[in-house]
Write a protein that binds this ligand. Structure first.
Ligand code: 5RP
Length: 234
């Protein structure tokens, strides 16, 4: 019997997360990403640590990842000046062959970008569905200060982004909140002809705390594809 698409996707995520362990060295300070693929990596890391095979310290990009890391006893570092990460391992919602990413499907884009920027090496792990010829089919997430929401929606509309405010379906709330208490806006550009230009335009809109375009940040990507892992480096 052929595995279902979901089973295959989960397997590819697992393959990528397992391969990422080869980048981990004893004594490293590691940034922990968010989402289901990153969770698999945190679990593998936690198991090695529990077995006494590894000593690392980490900071997580979301409350969910922090909770998972704590459950394995991974020592967690609070943000502080000068703190840098030898390696951050995170997932992605879309990536192209230039290693440009859309992230934030799980709503953790702000902390993810903070850690990505404070990292010497950003390793992205993903299943093969995430690799696309052009970014933009996946709605581009924005983290937005609540007060600014109406004007941000107007400005993104003017850019052709067809913005929608992300609901919190789990708690049956009209608007989802990030770990920072902000709102999430998803932009439906469909195809991003010039991600760099769009990033500049979004950065110029007051009230947008962060956008989900990660440009020039990824050092390498590990893509689970069938039974293999494809490695792409910058
Ligand atoms: C969260 C993210 C995740 O990395 C992204 O959504 C990928 O998630 P998954 O590994 O579950 O497919 O950016 O903000």
């Amino acid at each position: 019997m052929q595995p279902s698409t979901q089973e295959q996707t989960d397997k590819e995520k697992q393959l990528a997360a397992t391969a990422a362990m080869r980048w981990v060295r004893d004594g490293m300070v590691i940034g922990l990403g968010s989402g289901s693929t990153a969770a698999q990596f945190i679990t593998l890391l936690g198991q090695e640590l529990r077995d006494g095979k590894l000593r690392i310290q980490a900071t997580a990009t979301s409350v969910a990842s922090e909770t998972l890391a704590r459950s394995f006893g991974i020592p967690l570092l609070e943000p502080r000046r000068g703190l840098r990460f030898d390696l951050t391992v995170d997932g992605a919602d879309e990536l192209d062959d230039q290693l440009r990413l859309i992230k934030g499907g799980g709503g953790a884009l702000l902390r993810e970008k903070v850690l990505a920027t404070a990292s010497d090496y950003l390793l992205i792990i993903a299943d093969s569905s995430k690799l696309v010829p052009q970014l933009g089919q996946f709605p581009l997430p924005l983290e937005v200060v609540p007060f600014a929401l109406p004007w941000v929606l107007d400005a993104v509309d003017a850019l052709g982004g067809a913005p929608t405010v992300r609901p919190d379906k789990q708690n049956n709330q009209e608007m989802a909140r990030t770990d920072q208490g902000n709102l999430l806006v998803d932009c439906h550009f469909k195809a991003l002809a010039d991600p760099e230009q769009l990033a500049l335009q979004l950065q110029a809109i007051p009230g947008i705390v962060e956008h989900g375009l990660f440009l020039g940040l990824a050092s390498a990507v590990l893509i689970g594809k069938g039974e293999q892992v494809v490695v792409r480096k910058r």
